[in-house]
Design a protein around this ligand. Structure first.
Ligand code: NAD
Length: 284
């Protein structure tokens, strides 16, 4: 690692945010007598999702947020799922709804996403909230790109005027991240599976952000000296969690880099907690 490489420590920054949230929930309880509440809707029994949900619940408890999991069988009907969401939409005690994705094939994702009350749609799946992201508005932003922007802010990294290459164009990470960067006057290229030559974009970029779900997709020859590298990918390789970046070699060239785990992931959770409290305050 070159001496100057800054490790963007998402775990430490997430902890700082969690402390602030803890103070806010204590104040809400004392002054308003309310406890923010998050409902997580989980269809099926994916062990990876189950353990992520457990982690979310543990952190919620730590910062003074109530959480519950609505567990539904893999073969739950679309009608039943929509009815559960409707109950949560209309429950004044519930401030946030997390619909755990992906859903089984017999359920229409789009219909489910559109059925969530935008006020409680903390993942910003709903077209209303995504539209607000386009406009740079103040609604909910998808937690992962929101966390990336917050991490950059906490390290005083200004994206204005920078050339940014984003690898991955999902609705939940790549596209909204591109819009958030664009709204801050970065110049953004978005690469994806059909991009002819991804390296030609990443090599020129001041900031490379990758969310593809492909281990070692970004290698040292694909980044320029001094680039800032944000690795959002989460992959399991030989029982270990790794990102999409060849971390050991890329950090030799980067001026700043996020580790995996401990970079973008913990920031996602911090944003989820922050947005739950925001919704609670808006719903008072
Ligand atoms: P997705 O599968 O919906 O999208 C993957 C994107 O990567 C697509 O745009 C696809 O075109 C692109 N892609 C795939 N292979 C590519 C290649 N060889 N070259 C260029 N582009 C390629 O995934 P997603 O939901 O956006 O998640 C992406 C990754 O980010 C996954 O590893 C996921 O686990 C991780 N993720 C992390 C967090 C977090 O909190 N850190 C949150 C969400 C997703």
């Amino acid at each position: 690692m070159s001496e100057e490489t800054l490790i963007l420590d998402g775990s430490a920054k997430s902890s700082e945010i969690q402390e602030e949230i803890k103070a806010e929930t204590a104040k809400l309880k004392e002054e308003e007598g309310v406890v923010p509440k998050l409902s997580i809707v989980f269809v099926g029994d994916s062990p990876a999702s189950a353990s992520y949900i457990k982690l979310q619940q543990r952190i919620c408890e730590k910062v003074g947020i109530d959480s519950e999991v609505i567990d539904l069988e893999d073969d739950v009907s679309e009608e039943k799922l929509l009815a559960e969401l409707d109950k949560l939409n209309n429950d004044d005690q519930v401030n946030g709804i997390l619909m755990q994705m992906p859903l089984p094939d017999h359920i229409d994702d789009d219909k489910v996403i559109r059925s969530i009350n935008p006020q409680k749609d903390l993942d910003s799946f709903h077209p209303y909230n995504l539209g607000e992201v386009v406009l740079g508005g103040d609604a909910y932003q998808p937690c992962t790109p929101e966390g990336v922007m917050a991490l950059l802010d906490m390290y005083d990294i200004d994206v204005k005027g920078k050339d940014v290459a984003i690898v991955g164009h999902s609705n939940i990470v790549g596209k909204p991240l591109a819009l958030m960067m664009l709204n801050r006057n970065a110049t953004v290229s978005v690469c994806h599976i059909d991009t002819k030559d991804t390296a030609s974009y990443t090599k020129e970029a001041d900031i490379v952000a990758v969310a593809a779900g492909v281990p070692n997709l970004i290698t040292a020859d694909m980044v320029k000296e001094g680039a800032i590298v944000i690795d959002i990918g989460i992959n399991q390789v030989d029982g270990k969690i790794v990102g999409d970046v060849d971390y050991e070699n890329v950090k030799e060239k980067a001026s700043a880099i996020t580790p995996v785990p401990g970079g973008a992931g913990p920031m996602t959770i911090a944003m989820l907690l922050k947005d739950t409290v925001k919704s609670c305050k808006e719903m008072l």
